[in-house]
Design a binder for this molecule. Structure first.
Ligand code: FES
Ligand code: FES
Length: 218
């Protein structure tokens, strides 16, 4: 048993006699009634519990609350509320990027951090140098969101929503090379993204569209 203070969504919470084995997810949901983070698998495979800790995305089911005394913790409630949606939340709404909505808090938390990672030119498996992208941004987003599973398979619209915000924010940052790649990308139907033109060795976008509308996660 231990006592700690957690800062969640800019509010301090003191927890007395907390079992040190309690995950941050369970503290949020069961002790503090912060129910935005969802429990899907409870062992790091679905991303439904994704929150931000000091601006970086973390599966809250995999980390113990006692490890985060003094950290800045943000759940979906801290990103925006119904009367004051964040730009990304509004984009999810505009693009109908959910069905049941269970994965959505985790998707939006994860995408919020994704946008910052891209703006800071963090390399990924898809694009080593984001200042000089060599793949479609659809692939970049798909790779970086691969830890967030959507059972309803809303992936195409999730990518559209993230693309819209990323495009605008990158444009604001005046890194035109990346924003151009957003404009050239097309979200057509599946989460696992279509291969790039370079990988296909094929300039025809029609073929890509035809091959990508079947839906489902491969
Ligand atoms: S509930 Fe944490 S990753 Fe699934
Ligand atoms: S919207 Fe239902 S699980 Fe993603």
């Amino acid at each position: 048993m231990s006592t700690l203070t957690l800062t969640i969504n800019k509010q301090d919470y003191q927890l007395d006699n907390l079992d040190s084995r309690t995950t941050l997810l369970d503290v949020c949901r069961q002790h503090l009634q912060i129910t935005g983070p969802k429990k899907g698998c409870d062992h790091g495979q679905c991303g439904a519990c994704t929150i931000l800790i000091n601006g970086e995305r973390v599966n809250s089911c995999l980390t113990l609350a006692v490890m985060h005394d003094g950290d800045e913790i943000t759940t979906i409630e801290g990103i925006g509320l119904p009367e004051s949606l964040s730009e990304l939340q509004q984009a999810f709404k505009d693009h109908d990027a959910f069905q049941c909505g269970y994965c959505t808090p985790g998707q939006i938390c994860s995408a919020t951090a994704l946008i910052e990672e891209v703006k800071q030119n963090w390399p990924s498996h898809v694009t080593i140098d984001l200042q000089n992208p060599d793949g479609l941004l659809v692939q970049e987003i798909a790779e970086r969101m691969s830890g967030n599973i959507c059972r309803c398979s809303a992936y195409p619209n999730i990518i559209k929503a993230i693309s819209q915000v990323l495009e605008r924010q990158i444009a604001d940052k005046s890194t035109t090379s990346v924003s151009n790649s957003v404009q050239g990308s097309e979200v057509t139907g599946i989460w696992s993204p279509p291969p790039s033109e370079a990988q296909l060795g094929n300039k025809s976008s029609n073929n890509k569209t035809a091959n990508s509308t079947s839906g489902g996660r491969s």
